[in-house]
Design a protein around this ligand. Structure first.
Ligand SMILES: [Zn+2]
Length: 227
């Protein structure tokens, strides 16, 4: 895989920045500039770490790392960043299963992702700045989402992805429990989200409740977005 560096940070809305890291189609990390400090959501692959460190040097001090889930394209650099910057990593319970898998992969030299030194478990309803933690397992046992009620912004990890071929349920071939993931996605319908920031692809803007209506129960992926 190539190690192409990111094309640049995009301001999605005030206080929320997105950085798409390569290789294509890319994986997103988000910078949340909140009153209690800077939060990094997800960390890309292990080879994105040095570039992220350099970029963070030009930003306010990092307060914490938040993980949507413990897959190597989202947690790959969290150990490096946590160690270098002395910040905690916040993640939902359930990460242990994937961490065990990562250790096995590492053993067979398939990946170089090491577990971070300090993990703080997140629970449903916890708050990280303006964002409320939602327990939304399925893609992984510890998949989490984060919702800012005031601005109707949903960070959904890989539960929904906005790929060039559509806005849909995320990454079926990497999802552990599809039925559970759909139940988690069904929870989004109650939120009233207007802006969805996923692990892959550009921001999706629209009425998520209306979009999901009648679409989460079926076996197929969500249909192509009209945007
Ligand atoms: Zn992913």
């Amino acid at each position: 895989m190539g190690q192409r560096e990111d094309p640049g940070v995009e301001t999605v809305v005030r206080g929320v920045e997105r950085l798409c890291l390569g290789p294509w189609p890319g994986v997103n990390v988000y910078f949340l500039h909140q009153s209690d400090g800077l939060t990094l959501v997800d960390t890309g692959f292990f080879f994105n770490g040095p570039g992220l460190l350099r970029r963070l040097q030009g930003m306010p001090p990092l307060k914490r790392i938040l993980l949507t889930h413990f897959h190597p394209d989202h947690s790959g650099s969290c150990a490096l960043l946590a160690r270098q910057l002395g910040v905690p990593v916040l993640v939902q319970p359930g990460w242990w299963l994937t961490r065990t898998l990562l250790r096995l992969l590492r053993l067979f030299r398939i990946g170089r992702t090491a577990p971070p030194p300090e993990l703080i478990p997140l629970e449903e309803g916890d708050r990280v700045g303006r964002f409320r933690v939602l327990h939304t397992p399925g893609h992984t046992p510890g998949s989490a989402s984060f919702y800012d009620e005031e601005r109707a912004i949903l960070l959904c990890g890989d539960n929904l992805v906005h790929m060039p071929w559509g806005f849909r349920v995320g990454v079926p071939w990497w999802t552990l429990d599809h039925a559970l993931q759909r139940r988690s996605i069904a929870r989004y319908a109650d939120l009233g989200a207007k802006l969805v920031l996923s692990g892959h692809g550009p921001p999706w803007r629209g009425d998520l409740t209306a979009f999901l209506e009648g679409r989460t129960a079926g076996p197929s992926c969500l249909p192509r977005t009209t945007r």
